[in-house]
Design a protein around this ligand. Structure first.
Ligand code: AVJ
Length: 333
């Protein structure tokens, strides 16, 4: 029996261990999508957003570019705005909205929240250099576990950004609960901007998650590399194939890692709340998969009704010409 004590000293590693303990010892095997975003994974995701096949990021950015002034004006409702972003990552598209906000008011407080610290730090440096007037106050936090927002500065209204189709990772009931949680932390008058990817032709969806260059494949497999790095597991990532398939019943792209043969993987034990200290032996049948992500695609109007059901009043929805992506603004009622 090997007992790993060093890497698991951090709370973060224990969080990873707990997720693995829960997801790989159950059947079917699954891991939560937040595990993708270590430093390597965040960089791979940034490369995904630039792939020719991956339309969501550039489509949402175009919607912001065309409508930023209107979005900000509607959200502000003649007050000053403070902007909070959940799952901010590299904050790239947000800069368009921040630019529009500083054009209306001299200074804007911007609080990006993300589980990955490195992209947040880079974004802070870049935004403060490129958009004078924006004060960036990053927060490393898993907003799905706790969403304690600071109270607004007096007289200011908060605009929460939940963009990039991040909500697509959640099952409908979880998405609903998360929006309800966001609503409960806001005051009447505050607003929420949600970006969702829309249902479209299957070939387009399939290509976006099965790119020619193999970046999505690397992003998916990085999860196993991460478990090797952080938990001392002995996954051979090449023995798992990237699978991304459209599930029409659930209106979602599913990503899986499929074991190419029968194999047993060992994860050293650890003494934590969820660990017994004994090594974990994980057996994979040939063809068995680890379900690593769901990416739900919405139908027009669906976001608005969900927002309404948790106490928001939908104000306006913007889409692109092809109807591929939608951005909805709603006010806390
Ligand atoms: C960051 C959740 C919006 O679902 O499209 C990209 C993540 N996964 N390629 C998405 C992702 C594979 C992405 N989200």
């Amino acid at each position: 029996m090997t007992t790993l004590s060093l890497p698991l000293n951090s709370v973060a590693a224990q969080h990873v261990f707990a997720a693995v303990n829960e997801g790989l010892l159950s059947s079917p095997k699954a891991l939560p999508a937040w595990l993708f975003y270590d430093e390597t994974g965040s960089r791979l995701f940034d490369r995904i957003t630039e792939l020719p096949e991956y339309y969501p990021t550039r489509t949402e950015r175009a919607i912001f570019a065309a409508n930023a002034a209107e979005i900000i004006a509607l959200a502000a409702d003649s007050h000053a705005l403070q902007i909070i972003e959940l799952g901010a990552g590299s904050c790239d598209k947000t800069r368009i909205l921040l630019q529009a906000a500083v054009e209306r008011q001299d200074t804007v407080l911007y609080e990006p929240v993300d589980v990955s610290p490195a992209p947040l730090e880079e974004a802070r440096e870049r935004i403060e250099r490129e958009i004078p007037g924006v004060l960036v106050s990053p927060r490393v936090q898993d907003y799905t576990r706790s969403l304690a927002l600071d109270p607004p500065l007096s007289g200011e209204r908060r605009l929460v950004l939940y963009i990039g189709s991040s909500i697509g990772n959640f099952e409908p009931a979880e998405a609903h609960a998360l929006l309800a949680e966001i609503r409960s932390t806001l005051d009447p008058g505050d607003t929420l901007l949600v970006g969702v990817d829309l249902v479209k032709e299957e070939a387009l969806l399939h290509a976006a998650y099965n790119d020619e260059a193999g970046v999505t494949e690397a992003f998916n497999r990085n999860l196993l590399h991460r478990l090797n790095r952080e938990l001392g597991a002995n996954f051979k990532p090449d023995l798992f194939a990237h699978r991304a398939i459209w599930n029409p019943q659930h209106s979602r792209i599913e990503m899986h890692l499929e074991s190419l043969l029968r194999q047993i993987v060992t994860i050293p034990g650890c003494h934590t709340e969820s660990g017994t200290g004994r090594d974990m032996q994980i057996e994979f049948a040939r063809g068995e998969t680890i379900h690593t992500e769901n990416s739900y695609k919405y139908r027009p109007g669906q976001t608005e009704s969900m927002l309404e059901s948790v106490g928001f009043t939908p104000l306006k929805t913007w889409t692109d010409k092809r109807g591929w992506f939608a951005v909805s603004l709603a006010r806390a009622a």
